[in-house]
Design a protein. Sequence first.
Length: 632
Amino acid sequence: MLAKWTDAFFYKGKIDFQKVLRDISEIISSELDLEKLIFSLETNISHKIKVKHSEILIARTNANNLIFSNVNGSRIIQAEDNIADYLFRNKKMIITEELFREKTDLKTEPEKAEIDKLLEQLDNQAIGLVVPILAENKITAIFLIGQKLSGSPFTQEEIDFFDILTPQVATALEKSKLYEEVQELNVSLQDRVKQATRDLEERNRYLVALQRLTNVITRSLDYGKVMQTIADGISRELGFIGGVLSFIDFKKQTIHVGAISNTPVVATALKLIPKDPRTYDVSLDYENNISVKAIKTRQTVFSESFYDSVTPALPKAIALGIQKILKIKAVVAVPVYSEAKIIGAIDFVMSKKPEEITDTEKEMMKALADQVGIVSRNLQYYNEIQNANEELKQANIRLQQLDKAKSEFLSIASHQLRTPLTGIKGYLSMIVEGDYGKVPEKIRRILEEVFLNSDRLTRLVNIFLNVSRIESGRFDLNLKESDMVELINEVVTELKPSASQRQLKLTFHKPKILLPMMKIDRDKIKDVVLNLTDNAIKYTPEGRVDINISREDHHLKISVTDTGVGISTDEVTKLFEKFVRGSGIAQVDTSGSGLGLYIAKKIVEAHQGSIWAESAGKGQGSTFSFTLPVKK
């Protein structure tokens, strides 16, 4: 009993190392906080191993240099320190008592001197053991164990205890450092999320403001009004002090003010200026002005002086007075692009210093400058279109006047031609028929040719008259019950000589069923059939022309098919326009006017029918068809 009391008194009691390891293992498994873990380890080691002190130094990087320091940084061991250097070279525990024996085994004085320095450092700090804590063969921490309270040397059992303990401590420290990093990362992420949220809110606010501003400026086509709306929006929507929109006069090579934010405080400041700011201009050669500089460099330019945005137009004293009234801390000049061309700049007047302007604000300034460029270009295009429209309007009026004069001329000329042509045809017919005596056969053939040409000329006059009536709105229909088969027979009879002369076979394929009578303007529909058949004969060098008529539901369909020159696909839809003829047609027949199909279309459509052309292509013939509704 007395021995136990004595051991306790002199710190020589038996230590249950297994129990100490269990206690420390519980601490290691339950504690994640690095600072608390180290404190618990240091306290328990000092108390249960009965040493004067114990301390854990963690490996850290400081200014790219490796150091070992305790939690509060009050003790630091540099990497080149004697203790750290020894551990790096030997990767084993330093036992102070054994260093004396190790020194006696050394042969060179420099080696002994190094041990002396190490012993001196250990003695000064009252360190009995230095235990390296390794993770993956790297020293991640150092365990400094003070001298035993009993003053006795460390036993092998105690040294073995630290050999067993350090791998667990290494794992615990790595786990705690990882936990600490995760916590720091978590805090960093939270801070970054908060910052990102603030940035997003700011960006959203500016985007909403920009959208509102865009909605307003796109409603007007007045250039001056739009630019003033943008200038006002810089203060009202974006929340800046204001803005100045300047534009280039490319003839004078100067910039002038296009619009200034109109707020009460800006209006007060502008009273310092002796005349309207819009009357000032600045040469593009004067690069001390930040707007000019932004235009020249194609870059955003920042300045803390309002004078830099108005020099040399305004005196410095006035500029400083305006800056004081408006409490200006920065002016940002952003170039305005219209496509690839710079047309001016916007000076954003700010209540914060250049370094305080956020990236979002810079983006919004750039976005608004781009919007000004787009709006300016669109308004320019609009004005050009308006001017072009006005010119086209005047040209159209002139064309309508010319077209009307042309129609009147056609009408007058046609009427004037029709009367003598009727007389000529009449006399020719009488001469050919022998009313004035027998005509020699040679002369008869010539007279018949003249008669055919006068008949063609009469049809051409009728075409001009019809065009004149259509365009003047006097195209009336004289509807009567008519037999379409009889009408087509008449056409075939009239054009048979022309077909025979060209050695073409002209055939009318009569229907096998009885067709109903049609209520039509007989003369005009006959002109349609005549035109289609005559065209087929003209443009068929050899082969045949076939006319077909059939009933399809509530329509009669009349088709004229030839084996002639054919029509290209892209020309088919254009043939029924005024003065249009197929390509290469003039070489086949020069007598066409380009009006026949146009009139045919108008006549058929006036009868509520439709007309169209079909062809497999050049040289493959064609078919012209039209339909007329059968009245119930």
